[in-house]
Ligand binder design. Structure first.
Ligand code: E4P
Length: 217
Protein backbone atom coordinates (compact mmCIF):
# COMPACT_ATOMS: atom_id res chain seq x y z
CA UNK A 1 0.00 0.00 0.00
CA UNK A 2 1.34 3.42 -0.95
CA UNK A 3 1.55 6.09 1.76
CA UNK A 4 0.40 9.61 0.94
CA UNK A 5 0.71 12.30 3.58
CA UNK A 6 -2.40 14.40 4.10
CA UNK A 7 -1.01 17.86 4.81
CA UNK A 8 0.31 21.09 3.33
CA UNK A 9 2.94 21.34 6.10
CA UNK A 10 6.17 21.41 4.09
CA UNK A 11 8.46 20.65 7.05
CA UNK A 12 6.46 17.55 8.01
CA UNK A 13 6.42 16.34 4.39
CA UNK A 14 10.20 16.81 4.07
CA UNK A 15 10.87 14.93 7.33
CA UNK A 16 8.75 11.91 6.37
CA UNK A 17 10.00 11.98 2.78
CA UNK A 18 13.61 11.70 3.96
CA UNK A 19 12.60 8.42 5.66
CA UNK A 20 11.10 7.05 2.44
CA UNK A 21 7.58 7.19 3.90
CA UNK A 22 6.01 9.50 1.32
CA UNK A 23 4.75 8.11 -1.98
CA UNK A 24 2.59 11.19 -2.54
CA UNK A 25 0.74 14.07 -0.88
CA UNK A 26 -2.90 15.11 -0.60
CA UNK A 27 -4.08 18.61 0.22
CA UNK A 28 -7.50 20.21 0.40
CA UNK A 29 -8.78 23.77 1.01
CA UNK A 30 -8.89 23.20 4.81
CA UNK A 31 -5.26 22.03 4.83
CA UNK A 32 -4.20 25.04 2.73
CA UNK A 33 -5.96 27.28 5.28
CA UNK A 34 -4.15 25.49 8.11
CA UNK A 35 -0.78 26.01 6.38
CA UNK A 36 -1.38 29.77 6.11
CA UNK A 37 0.32 29.64 2.69
CA UNK A 38 -0.64 30.61 -0.86
CA UNK A 39 -1.96 27.50 -2.66
CA UNK A 40 0.19 27.90 -5.77
CA UNK A 41 3.38 28.61 -3.81
CA UNK A 42 3.02 25.86 -1.22
CA UNK A 43 1.94 23.28 -3.80
CA UNK A 44 4.97 24.09 -5.95
CA UNK A 45 7.24 23.72 -2.93
CA UNK A 46 5.68 20.32 -2.09
CA UNK A 47 6.15 19.16 -5.70
CA UNK A 48 9.82 20.08 -5.41
CA UNK A 49 10.19 17.70 -2.44
CA UNK A 50 8.00 14.75 -3.45
CA UNK A 51 8.24 13.01 -6.81
CA UNK A 52 4.95 11.07 -6.45
CA UNK A 53 1.45 12.44 -7.07
CA UNK A 54 0.55 15.67 -5.23
CA UNK A 55 -3.20 16.34 -5.07
CA UNK A 56 -4.30 19.97 -5.35
CA UNK A 57 -8.02 20.62 -5.09
CA UNK A 58 -10.19 22.83 -7.29
CA UNK A 59 -12.63 25.15 -5.51
CA UNK A 60 -15.25 26.00 -8.16
CA UNK A 61 -18.54 24.16 -8.24
CA UNK A 62 -19.15 24.32 -12.00
CA UNK A 63 -17.49 21.86 -14.37
CA UNK A 64 -16.05 24.42 -16.82
CA UNK A 65 -14.52 26.46 -13.98
CA UNK A 66 -13.18 23.30 -12.31
CA UNK A 67 -11.52 22.37 -15.59
CA UNK A 68 -9.92 25.83 -15.90
CA UNK A 69 -8.70 25.67 -12.30
CA UNK A 70 -7.47 22.12 -12.80
CA UNK A 71 -5.48 23.11 -15.89
CA UNK A 72 -3.89 25.99 -13.95
CA UNK A 73 -3.00 23.71 -11.01
CA UNK A 74 -1.62 21.06 -13.39
CA UNK A 75 0.86 23.62 -14.74
CA UNK A 76 2.56 23.80 -11.31
CA UNK A 77 4.44 20.53 -11.87
CA UNK A 78 4.12 17.25 -13.81
CA UNK A 79 3.25 15.31 -10.63
CA UNK A 80 0.14 17.37 -9.84
CA UNK A 81 -3.07 15.37 -9.44
CA UNK A 82 -6.14 17.54 -9.86
CA UNK A 83 -8.60 16.89 -7.05
CA UNK A 84 -12.29 17.35 -7.86
CA UNK A 85 -15.34 16.74 -5.67
CA UNK A 86 -17.70 13.83 -6.25
CA UNK A 87 -20.53 15.86 -7.75
CA UNK A 88 -21.97 15.60 -11.23
CA UNK A 89 -19.91 18.66 -12.26
CA UNK A 90 -16.84 17.14 -10.62
CA UNK A 91 -17.33 13.96 -12.65
CA UNK A 92 -17.61 16.00 -15.86
CA UNK A 93 -14.36 17.78 -14.98
CA UNK A 94 -12.77 14.43 -14.14
CA UNK A 95 -13.63 13.03 -17.57
CA UNK A 96 -12.29 16.06 -19.45
CA UNK A 97 -9.08 16.34 -17.41
CA UNK A 98 -8.43 12.57 -17.51
CA UNK A 99 -8.98 12.47 -21.28
CA UNK A 100 -6.47 15.33 -21.57
CA UNK A 101 -3.89 13.15 -19.81
CA UNK A 102 -3.99 14.64 -16.31
CA UNK A 103 -4.11 12.59 -13.10
CA UNK A 104 -7.42 13.17 -11.29
CA UNK A 105 -8.35 12.38 -7.69
CA UNK A 106 -12.11 12.35 -7.08
CA UNK A 107 -12.66 13.30 -3.46
CA UNK A 108 -15.47 13.29 -0.88
CA UNK A 109 -16.63 9.78 -1.81
CA UNK A 110 -19.04 8.21 0.68
CA UNK A 111 -20.71 5.38 -1.25
CA UNK A 112 -19.87 2.47 -3.57
CA UNK A 113 -22.06 3.96 -6.31
CA UNK A 114 -20.12 7.23 -6.20
CA UNK A 115 -16.90 5.22 -6.55
CA UNK A 116 -18.34 3.38 -9.54
CA UNK A 117 -19.13 6.70 -11.26
CA UNK A 118 -15.63 8.05 -10.60
CA UNK A 119 -14.04 4.96 -12.14
CA UNK A 120 -16.26 5.24 -15.23
CA UNK A 121 -15.28 8.94 -15.54
CA UNK A 122 -11.61 7.88 -15.73
CA UNK A 123 -10.41 8.89 -12.24
CA UNK A 124 -6.82 8.00 -11.41
CA UNK A 125 -7.75 7.90 -7.70
CA UNK A 126 -10.99 7.66 -5.74
CA UNK A 127 -10.90 9.07 -2.21
CA UNK A 128 -13.41 7.39 0.13
CA UNK A 129 -13.43 9.18 3.50
CA UNK A 130 -13.15 6.53 6.24
CA UNK A 131 -13.06 8.71 9.36
CA UNK A 132 -15.94 10.96 8.39
CA UNK A 133 -18.20 7.90 7.92
CA UNK A 134 -17.09 6.56 11.31
CA UNK A 135 -17.92 10.01 12.75
CA UNK A 136 -21.60 9.48 11.90
CA UNK A 137 -21.61 5.87 13.16
CA UNK A 138 -21.28 4.29 9.72
CA UNK A 139 -18.48 1.90 8.79
CA UNK A 140 -15.79 3.65 6.76
CA UNK A 141 -13.70 0.50 6.35
CA UNK A 142 -16.70 -1.39 4.97
CA UNK A 143 -16.83 1.23 2.20
CA UNK A 144 -13.17 0.54 1.32
CA UNK A 145 -13.91 -3.20 1.17
CA UNK A 146 -17.02 -2.68 -0.99
CA UNK A 147 -15.13 -0.50 -3.48
CA UNK A 148 -12.27 -3.04 -3.61
CA UNK A 149 -14.76 -5.78 -4.52
CA UNK A 150 -16.53 -3.67 -7.13
CA UNK A 151 -13.34 -2.43 -8.81
CA UNK A 152 -11.91 -5.96 -8.88
CA UNK A 153 -15.18 -7.38 -10.28
CA UNK A 154 -14.82 -5.17 -13.34
CA UNK A 155 -11.07 -4.66 -13.43
CA UNK A 156 -11.33 -0.88 -13.01
CA UNK A 157 -7.85 0.69 -12.93
CA UNK A 158 -8.85 3.59 -10.63
CA UNK A 159 -6.77 3.39 -7.45
CA UNK A 160 -8.51 3.32 -4.09
CA UNK A 161 -7.01 6.13 -2.01
CA UNK A 162 -8.35 5.61 1.52
CA UNK A 163 -8.73 9.12 2.99
CA UNK A 164 -9.81 10.67 6.27
CA UNK A 165 -7.57 8.16 8.04
CA UNK A 166 -7.58 8.96 11.73
CA UNK A 167 -6.12 5.92 13.52
CA UNK A 168 -3.35 3.36 13.19
CA UNK A 169 -6.07 0.71 13.04
CA UNK A 170 -7.50 2.38 9.95
CA UNK A 171 -4.09 2.05 8.27
CA UNK A 172 -3.67 -1.66 9.06
CA UNK A 173 -7.25 -2.45 8.04
CA UNK A 174 -6.93 -0.55 4.74
CA UNK A 175 -3.78 -2.55 3.97
CA UNK A 176 -5.56 -5.81 4.88
CA UNK A 177 -8.53 -4.96 2.64
CA UNK A 178 -6.21 -4.01 -0.22
CA UNK A 179 -6.57 -0.23 -0.62
CA UNK A 180 -3.99 0.90 -3.19
CA UNK A 181 -3.08 4.01 -1.21
CA UNK A 182 -3.88 5.53 2.15
CA UNK A 183 -3.47 9.20 3.02
CA UNK A 184 -3.01 10.17 6.65
CA UNK A 185 -1.83 13.18 8.65
CA UNK A 186 1.87 13.12 9.63
CA UNK A 187 1.03 12.37 13.28
CA UNK A 188 -0.86 9.18 12.34
CA UNK A 189 2.04 8.00 10.17
CA UNK A 190 4.48 8.64 13.06
CA UNK A 191 2.22 6.69 15.46
CA UNK A 192 2.51 3.59 13.25
CA UNK A 193 5.95 2.96 14.80
CA UNK A 194 4.62 2.91 18.37
CA UNK A 195 3.79 -0.19 20.40
CA UNK A 196 3.77 -0.44 24.21
CA UNK A 197 5.58 -3.80 24.06
CA UNK A 198 8.34 -2.21 21.96
CA UNK A 199 8.75 0.50 24.61
CA UNK A 200 8.71 -2.02 27.50
CA UNK A 201 11.12 -4.38 25.74
CA UNK A 202 13.54 -1.57 24.94
CA UNK A 203 13.46 -0.30 28.54
CA UNK A 204 14.35 -3.80 29.79
CA UNK A 205 17.19 -4.16 27.26
CA UNK A 206 18.62 -0.78 28.28
CA UNK A 207 18.46 -1.73 31.96
CA UNK A 208 20.25 -5.04 31.38
CA UNK A 209 22.82 -3.46 29.05
CA UNK A 210 23.77 -0.94 31.72
CA UNK A 211 24.38 -3.82 34.12
CA UNK A 212 26.91 -5.40 31.70
CA UNK A 213 29.11 -2.30 32.05
CA UNK A 214 30.00 -2.66 28.34
CA UNK A 215 30.12 -0.11 25.50
CA UNK A 216 29.83 -0.57 21.74
CA UNK A 217 31.28 2.82 20.84
C1 E4P B 1 -8.39 13.58 1.65
O1 E4P B 1 -7.78 13.77 0.63
C2 E4P B 1 -8.70 14.61 2.64
O2 E4P B 1 -7.74 15.64 2.50
C3 E4P B 1 -8.61 14.14 4.06
O3 E4P B 1 -8.18 12.80 4.14
C4 E4P B 1 -9.78 14.47 4.90
O4 E4P B 1 -9.55 14.02 6.21
P1 E4P B 1 -10.41 14.55 7.46
O5 E4P B 1 -11.77 13.92 7.38
O6 E4P B 1 -9.65 14.07 8.67
O7 E4P B 1 -10.46 16.04 7.35
Amino acid sequence: MKFFVDTADVAAIAELNALGMVDGVTTNPSLILKSGRDILEVTKEICGIVSGPVSAEVVSLKADEMIAEGLKLAKIAPNITVKVPLTWDGLKACKVLSDAGHMVNVTLCFSPNQALLAAKAGATFISPFVGRLDDINLDGLELIADIRTIYDNYDFKTQILAASIRTVNHVAECARIGADVMTAPPEVIRKLASHPLTDAGLAQFMKDWEKTGQKIL
